[in-house]
Design a protein around this ligand. Sequence first.
Ligand code: NAD
Length: 295
Amino acid sequence: MSKTVAFFGLGHMGGPMAANLVKAGFKVKGFDPVAALQDIATSRGIGKASSPVEAVAGADYVLSMLPNGEDVEALYIDREKLLDHIADTTLVIDCSTVAASSSRRLITEAQLRGLNAIEAPVSGGVAGAAAGTLSFMCGGDAANVERAREVLQHMGSNVFHAGPAGAGQTAKMCNNMLLAIHMIGTAEALQLGVDNGLDPKVLSEIMLKSSGANWSLEKYNPYPGVMESVPASNNYEGGFMVKLMCKDLGLAQQAATASRSYTPLGSLARNLYGLHSLAGNEELDFSSIQKLIGK
Ligand code: NAD
């Protein structure tokens, strides 16, 4: 009999991730407060749950892909109190990017109820979610991470065990701080080239084969029209929203303050993304930082 998954959060990432589980033969019940997303999910073969509690009944796995830590803690502990309705045979896997302290709280609260939970934030973007090639950075007990591979392998090509509860979020925070920095650097270099008469496509080809090559340039070019099927060529719609990048950069700065680590470029990246967000761009994809740098 096929295993069942309750999936919370059917947005940019959660929608295609849940669809890949359907393709892999899991019986998936989805829940998202946005009715339009629930309808798209239905068209992808994802069942509709009338309530969060109904979604988790009889589930082998409960997965969530929510915007931030407050949403995760509200769903599982403080508002819907979902942990009080989940069976002890179920494994909870939260894939949202949240503070390490938030993941530790979720995992501890689950343990207090005799339940198993891990964090598994991801990297790879919307394209990786659709293609099933995400990287999962898991934190929690090794045995639970091993068990989670049964579902994670159908949504990603890499499943890392970063360490105990919170370690996956720490890895994710470091990765996204670096991502923001190389996205801003890539946008700057492209704009400088264009302002000095270069074709951004030609400049991108040159830098991709030179020492400036990086993930933003290779997979997610921020200059409109250089690459097909990226947010920059779709008015910066879809993808990873500026407000979510601001959240991640804020988490990195909080952690840096707590550990007395100095991250001057991470701090600058947070300020640039913050100003870009305040200028009315918070819902756009994060590669739209090109607009801040452009003339
Ligand atoms: P999104 O806003 O598109 O999707 C989040 C969804 O969660 C929304 O549809 C929202 O309605 C839903 N939601 C909120 N509270 C809920 C609840 N209680 N129950 C069920 N659904 C609920 O955001 P996204 O881009 O899919 O990002 C989700 C998470 O993944 C974030 O933590 C983000 O930082 C992380 N992430 C995103 C990307 C990316 O490229 N978009 C990449 C890696 C990680």
